[in-house]
Design a protein around this ligand. Structure first.
Ligand SMILES: Cc1cc2nc3c(=O)[nH]c(=O)nc-3n(C[C@H](O)[C@H](O)[C@H](O)COP(=O)(O)OP(=O)(O)OC[C@H]3O[C@@H](n4cnc5c(N)ncnc54)[C@H](O)[C@@H]3O)c2cc1C
Length: 422
């Protein structure tokens, strides 16, 4: 095994896992490095943040996924740099891992447009820790409002602001509004949770800009029915523990969530190649780093163009297609077969939910909205989860909520000092 061509994959997200999956049977040994011990299904992260699903329903230990693949070694470690001359990956522990072929699939995270100080008061949603932080803050805000004597402070506690109206912002706003208006009212005695305000702020002219205008207009109407206040065309100019400045007006709001902006992992820096404004590595159409035929960059951390000149979107199917493509390239190189042509992205559609009963799906020529779209969205997501247990668990949680309206994962964990608690 040690003599085999060594492929080092950094990142066990959608791109990295697809690559390892598709290299099955190839004459390689693989080392998969991730700084977390689990693969995370990010599209359902908002459901952990909004108390619908438990963390273990959308994440799986990477090591366990490869228990039957002796040629795959899993390492828990944080990559901090690459020595191209020595063909080695440098880990935070100081250890070096040598490669014959390197694939960087380290993803992206949210960006605060130069205001990183906002992160403490307006957490983004990227990891399980982020999701449980948001869940805790949302639930604590209702608890504090219940005991608050000052009406102005109570109103601020019952005002939830989500910044950024892409799919994640819309999904968070819809569920938080449903919780406040439909799930919680019977459980509180001193406050009427139906008076809670959920504000969705978008700097651009409309919500869900990646979707067709008619679907974005439908989503806007559905959010209105759920009681979400949508403010478009106005950027957020400040975030503090007391509230948010939207354009020129200050809105007292104790719970802020950041769902705007993207910043790629520093893969381009590690390789010493150019990056775009979001930090994505500018790779060639074969997804390899210029001047580095043995180093590939895939998924959210790579900047690649589609045939129409538009960038390949930062979504899970794109990362998976790139992982599958690089697996074909590596296999062809090692078996003497002709190399595949340049990478071509096939868009399979865009999906988003609004609350627990409506969704929009944009397949290009076919556009769906409403309950049917929600069912298709649900089935597609259950299909893409890993393992029978997770599929049953998520399907059961959704069915239960659909029938009873009750969220089962309403736990406040990792106690954070309640504001005003001293
Ligand atoms: C809240 C949210 C909702 C989303 N919803 C959707 C959706 O509905 N549909 C959709 O298609 N896409 C959605 N996306 C986007 C989708 O999740 C990404 O496009 C996809 O995960 C990209 O895959 P990737 O392999 O490039 O990176 P990721 O899946 O992000 O994986 C990157 C991996 O690299 C690891 N890593 C990072 N840096 C290091 C390092 N230095 N050392 C070691 N390991 C490292 C990380 O721990 C992670 O496991 C969503 C994203 C988020 C955050």
């Amino acid at each position: 095994m040690q003599e085999r061509h060594h492929v080092v994959v950094v990142g066990g997200g959608f791109g990295g896992l697809q690559l390892v999956h598709d290299l099955k049977g190839a004459p390689v040994r693989i080392t998969l490095i991730d700084r977390r011990n689990h693969h995370l299904f990010q599209p359902l992260l908002y459901q952990v943040a909004t108390t619908i699903l438990a963390t273990s329903e959308i994440a799986w230990p990477i090591r366990h996924l490869y228990r039957d693949r002796p040629e795959v070694t899993t390492l828990l470690g944080e990559v901090q740099g690459i020595d191209r001359a020595a063909k080695a990956v440098r880990l935070a522990s100081g250890r070096a891992v040598h490669y014959d072929t390197l694939v960087l699939a380290t993803g992206a995270t949210h960006a605060y447009f130069g205001h990183d100080e906002w992160a403490a008061v307006a957490p983004g949603l990227k990891t399980l820790e982020d999701a449980t932080t948001i869940r805790r803050r949302v639930l604590l805000a209702f608890e504090q409002a219940e005991v608050e004597e000052d009406p102005a402070r109570r109103d601020a506690l019952l005002t939830f602001t989500i910044v950024g109206a892409g799919p994640t912002g819309v999904e968070l706003a819809g569920i938080i509004a449903e919780m406040a208006h439909r799930t919680l009212p019977d459980e509180f005695r001193r406050i009427d949770t139906r008076r809670a305000r959920v504000i969705l702020v978008e700097a651009g002219p409309r919500i869900l800009p990646a979707f067709a205008e008619e679907l974005s207009a439908y989503a806007l109407r559905e959010l209105g029915k759920l009681g979400v206040e949508v403010r478009t065309g106005t950027p957020v100019t400040d975030c503090t523990a007391e509230g948010v400045r939207i354009g020129d007006s200050f809105v007292p709001s104790c719970t802020l969530v950041w769902a705007a902006g993207v910043q790629a992992s520093p893969a381009a820096q590690w390789l010493g190649i150019e990056a775009d404004r979001a930090g994505r590595a500018l790779v060639d159409q074969g997804l390899s780093a210029p001047g580095n035929g043995d180093a590939f960059v895939i998924g959210d951390t790579a900047a690649v163009k589609q045939e129409n000149g538009m960038p390949v979107p930062g979504i899970a199917p794109a990362a998976k297609q790139q992982g599958a493509y690089v697996a074909r390239v590596i296999r062809a190189r090692l078996t003497g077969q002709p190399a595949p042509g340049p990478f071509r992205y096939r868009h399979q559609g865009s999906l988003a939910t609004i609350g627990k009963r409506a969704a929009i799906i944009d397949f290009g020529r076919i556009k769906l909205k409403g309950g049917l779209a929600w069912w298709i969205w649900g089935l597609a997501h259950i299909y893409f989860l890993i393992g029978t247990r997770s599929r049953f668990a998520v399907a059961w949680s959704w069915l239960w909520i659909y029938l009873s309206g009750q969220h089962s994962a309403r736990l406040i964990t990792q106690k954070e000092t309640m504001r005003g608690d001293g």
